[in-house]
Design a protein around this ligand. Structure first.
Ligand SMILES: Nc1ncnc2c1ncn2[C@@H]1O[C@H](COP(=O)(O)OP(=O)(O)OP(=O)(O)O)[C@@H](O)[C@H]1O
Length: 277
């Protein structure tokens, strides 16, 4: 596929996400940070619909407003304009529908791994037996079935991040927002986490909004890919990832060696560089 024709051959993500009223919809989101007499317009007119089982990766140069957008979807930050809707209803405050995973796990150091997972469930007033059961289920799902009684400092970075994912999923959110969740991990752990997350998504089919700086990561994980551009932040590319396969049986090495992967990779890098210029 020649680079100049690549863009025309990609299926639009906006059409893909447009079905039904479920999932997330962002309507005309604007954000301006104001401090004293100065202000910074960070996001302008973001329109986006995500299906309830979407896995979307968001790429864009540093400072284009990716994290700000995530904070708005989470309900942490009110936009200066526009509306976030979840299943058609305006979403203005953090709640159990939306789970967030950050770059660092931020586990409570004094609680065991199971205790960390149960903490949010306790806040949600789930009875103790149900909390125990859920913690065991999600520890199993992230491959930490044997680690429930350990304290966070006894875990590796990758294990801590898996515990953080289990903690988020255990509250059964319909949307999981992830802000560069694997960027602090070494390359090998990162790849195993990517495979793990893929397999969790195939089992749970949650809507995942995943911010990354890593083009390869977006191509290996995203069913849909967005590219944002700064000044002010907006979405400039939105397409269905043609490399995405709905199966557990994937070899990242094989995908990485495919011609289409290499072409898409340089296409994305050129788009991000353009956005940066
Ligand atoms: N609380 C804040 N007050 C004022 N300006 C802010 C605030 N948070 C972020 N900004 C500014 O808004 C812009 C977008 O920041 P944001 O963190 O959303 O971008 P990003 O794309 O996630 O960046 P990165 O990839 O580096 O994490 C940046 O110019 C940043 O300096």
């Amino acid at each position: 596929m020649a680079m100049h024709s690549l863009h025309h051959q990609l299926e639009s993500g906006a059409e893909h996400g447009a079905e039904g009223r479920n999932g997330i919809s962002l309507e005309g989101i604007d954000l301006t940070y104001s401090q004293g007499s100065s202000s910074l317009e960070v996001l302008k007119g973001i329109d986006l619909r995500l299906q309830p089982d979407e896995f979307v990766c968001v790429l864009g140069p540093s400072g284009c407003g990716k994290s700000s957008l995530l904070h708005i979807i989470a309900g942490y930050l009110p936009p200066t304009g526009g509306t976030v809707r979840i299943s058609g209803k305006a979403h203005t405050e953090p709640d159990a529908q939306v789970g967030v995973v950050f770059q660092h796990a931020n586990l409570f150091p004094w609680l065991t791994i199971a205790g960390n997972i149960e903490f949010g469930l306790k806040m949600a007033k789930l009875p103790r037996t149900e909390r125990r059961k859920r913690a065991a289920t999600y520890l199993e799902l992230v491959g930490l079935a044997q680690a429930g009684a350990l304290l966070p400092h006894q875990l590796s970075g990758g294990m801590k991040q898996r515990a953080a994912i289990a903690r988020t999923l255990a509250t059964d959110p319909s949307i999981v927002l992830m802000d560069e969740p694997f960027s602090a991990l070494d390359a090998l752990t990162r790849e195993s986490m990517q495979l793990h997350l893929r397999s969790i998504w195939l089992k749970t089919r949650k809507c995942v909004f995943f911010i990354t700086h890593d083009v390869d990561e977006a191509l290996l994980l995203g069913r849909r890919i967005l590219i944002m551009q700064p000044g002010p932040g907006r979405i400039v590319q939105d397409f269905v990832n043609p490399l995405f396969q709905e199966t557990e049986e994937v070899s990242f090495n094989r995908i990485r060696s495919e011609r289409e992967f290499i072409e898409l990779r340089s296409f994305l890098i050129s788009q991000i560089a353009q956005a940066h210029a």
